[in-house]
Design a protein around this ligand. Structure first.
Ligand SMILES: [Fe+2]
Length: 420
């Protein structure tokens, strides 16, 4: 009989999540798996190996009797940043890993998947914390599914031939962008964070109270058309809109548009996973840094919401995540104009004006798992809501993503707010 703590019930979920990673890779050519054009972008092959290593390292090696590791070098090759798990390949060197081959990495996945299927078919209920580690492994793989897509976009988008990942699914034409409206939130003390039985990361744990003054928040994301007005009016060149560090960043790097935008014979083009196209005016602008999001908001005469304001507004106006939200299960892989429920979920991650810091009741877990989130709580900004390449069942109202303010390769976007 299956006990409450038996991992058997996770078998199907394990196989579904692992299989989805491979499905996302189906359009790739073998050469696409290997390159690392910038340090932030890991080769797809490395994502395939690293997510596999996670299950091997944290479950099979520790808890499966008689398990033999696939290869003695793979802990060194596929450990990402866990100091407590030993030495590892420098992040910048992941693109130099022409070996192990893609075939060997796929074989590694098969080997670990077979072992995991065997392990999950047995009654391991004596190890009470295995369900917790499994859920962490599932959510970790989902995070890498998203990174795989964003990294892949960077790899294809920096190939001079602009290869197509998938054909664009055209809109029916009825869901163009609407007038920008604002939702009002009364001042008050609100509850922020997560407390409950479902999976969550340690960085969102612990309900705590936050006071917000009365404010307004936009009912949708900022579109390409609105962002083009910022560009056309000289927004990138006028220091008054910019944080000093941000103005230096765009000047030094000669940035005058979102990542993937190209000026060709006097017209803007935008690389999407469906190839190089003219920016769709109604679609949300994406691939902008925090600096650009913040400058746009100031140019507009507003500001970005704090992560607390975002969570409060999303909780009031979108208490449940709409089934139609544009996550990776829709296989659109491009942000789309608002179609329902204020666009708080899906399409693009939304930069907030909140630094990524520990919540009041945060505590670091023991062991390697404690390295998952806490050590990154410096010099990064919080993003909320998920994007068109986030797995649909991965996101929550309390979910906190985080990136350095200059990063643009994720699907990042803008929602405005202001005090009233
Ligand atoms: Fe990872």
């Amino acid at each position: 009989m299956q006990t409450a703590t038996s991992p058997k019930k996770y078998l199907q979920e394990y196989n579904q999540i692992r299989d989805w990673t491979l499905q996302l890779c189906e359009p790739l050519q073998i050469e696409d798996y290997v390159v690392q054009p910038i340090i932030d972008v890991s080769p797809p092959k490395w994502h395939l190996g690293h997510t596999t290593w996670f299950f091997e390292q944290f479950i099979l090696k520790k808890y499966m009797e008689g398990y033999r590791e696939f290869h003695p070098d793979f802990n060194f090759v596929f450990n990402s940043y866990y100091e407590s798990v030993g030495k590892r390949v420098l992040r910048a060197d992941r693109g130099n890993l022409t070996r192990p081959s893609v075939e060997e990495v796929i074989n590694y996945r098969k080997y670990v998947d077979e072992a995991m299927n065997l392990f999950l078919s047995e009654d391991n209920s004596t190890h009470d914390h295995i369900p917790e580690l499994l859920k962490l492994g599932f959510n970790h793989e989902q995070q890498h599914q998203e990174l795989l897509m964003t990294d892949l976009k960077y790899i294809l988008g920096h190939n001079p031939l602009f290869p197509v990942y998938s054909e664009r699914i055209e809109r029916d034409g009825n869901n163009g962008s609407s007038k920008l409206n604002f939702l009002e939130i009364d001042e008050g003390i609100y509850h922020i964070g997560y407390e409950g039985e479902d999976f969550h990361f340690d960085n969102e744990r612990g309900i705590h109270k936050v006071f917000t003054h009365r404010f307004q928040i936009a009912d949708r994301l900022i579109t390409n058309k609105e962002y083009l007005e910022f560009i056309s009016s000289g927004g990138y060149k006028n220091f008054v809109y910019w944080l000093q560090e941000g103005f230096e960043f765009v000047k030094v790097n000669k940035i005058q548009a979102p990542l993937y935008w190209h000026m060709i014979e006097g017209e803007w083009y935008n690389f999407t996973l469906h190839g190089l196209k003219k920016p769709d005016p109604d679609e949300p602008v994406t691939h902008i840094s925090f600096f650009e999001a913040d400058a746009f908001a100031k140019w507009y005469g507003m500001r970005l919401p704090t992560e607390y304001e975002w969570e409060v507004a999303a909780g009031i106006y979108t208490p449940t995540i709409p089934p139609g939200a544009n996550f990776d299960d829709k296989k659109i892989f491009t942000p789309r104009p608002i179609s329902n429920n204020y666009q708080f979920f899906g399409d693009t991650w939304e930069w907030t004006n909140s630094a990524y810091l520990a919540y009041p009741f945060y505590s670091k877990a023991d062991g390697a798992v404690g390295e998952y989130n806490g050590k990154f709580m410096i010099n990064q900004m919080v993003l909320r809501g998920g994007s068109c390449v986030t797995p649909a069942n991965h996101i929550r109202h309390s979910y906190r993503n985080f990136f350095h303010p200059d990063k643009r390769w994720q699907f990042t976007g803008i929602r405005l707010a202001q005090h009233i």
